[in-house]
Design a protein around this ligand. Sequence first.
Ligand SMILES: [Zn+2]
Ligand SMILES: [Zn+2]
Length: 460
Amino acid sequence: MTELSSGVTVIVIPQPTCNGPLHIGHLSGPYLAADIASRAARARGDRVLTLAGIDVHPNYVLTKAENLDMDPAEMVAKFRAQITKAYELARIGYDAFLDPQDPDYRRAVAGMLGELVANGTVPMREMTLHKCADCDRTLHHSYVVGKCSLCGEGANGLSCEGCGGFASAQTLIDPSCARCGGSPVPMVASVPVLPLEDYRDQLLADWMQSELPGRVRAVLEYYLRAPLPDYPLAYPTNWGIECDGVLAGMRVDFPTELGFSYLYGAAHALRPRANGLAEWVEAWQEVDGVWHFNGIDNAFYFTILYPAILAAAGVPRPLSRGATVNELYLLEGKKFSTSRNHALWADEFLAEEDPELVRLYLSWDRPDRYQSDFTRQGYRAFCEFIRPLLDGKRAGDWALPPELVPAELERAEQALRLIGFDSALAIRCLVGALSTGTGLDSGAMTALIGRDPLRAAIGR
Ligand SMILES: [Zn+2]
Ligand SMILES: [Zn+2]
């Protein structure tokens, strides 16, 4: 597998859940990294198509609005504005914006699922789901809490933050209603199900040939031994894109929506006139593969569910090319927490700071290998250190010997490739070059600070 290929690599910037603004921990993880890698790929002449968007359909969003006693639509509009402002201020660019509030997008997602049910690819199965005995909510995602059956950590009905495995009300140990504490009662419903085990061969081929970090492979190792779950693609519930036809009364489950959003979003960007599942799948002939930037806790989705949705939709080849994952970023030694107001909001911080310095610092301190820690003191010291170099001033007696500069510039460029992406290394190499008054116009520096205007055209 080479990074120099004629096809398009789809780079996915994960859609943030619209239940709060982005904080700089988010930026330090997938968001900036995906943007920097996309810019570096374009500068090399690789064809990449970068997808970004927002996610309004996890029931965490409704839960948040109810907790804040806000109208859900008003709350979504407020956070959406803050999230897109943060993208803009941080110079996070993209070729296509996956917009769940766009009627065409919603029609496309519900339509693709409906078509796969109608043609028998996605079977309807009677499943025992659970609802709350007290408040009657269907217990999924933020509505249920329990312990992960794989690692024992506390988890909601989604992927487990502890181990990245799949959790649902049906698999959690000691589940209860997260909203009122009520007990789960079984409820049999006929829902569209993706039997992931049926896609094992395609998924294995995908896993074999894609560049996945060890922590992601550890999640997959479990599924090499254990059966892949039957995944409900829609639920009878009160939040999400409404289905119609045989699925009337159900809502598309939001990870299902995300899987279809990548299929539709890339196809629509490549062939704007394509319409309907068959034509969108056809458009994917131009795609070489998908590269996900995401947190480790979403490993189940980007290595199993999303590729299986593409396979079910009829995209024929293994399409995962790899993933770049990150750990959590800490703030002054503690986890970011919205409820404790222990956060530095990206839109507010970027409005006051030089975005180039923010991008460089978050790249320098990226939580890629371990939980690194944002401190205001560290950020200020970094700015004072790097600003004169960005202004073209040479360092004094610590400047790098000029003979070493070409190697440092080359290593910085190579560190921004998708395979082995390491922005923290790139900026360290560049500091050496900058100390001699060179490197400011290098491709790596341009990608790191995000100064070049992102071309809207897909880098041909
Ligand atoms: Zn309840
Ligand atoms: Zn777990």
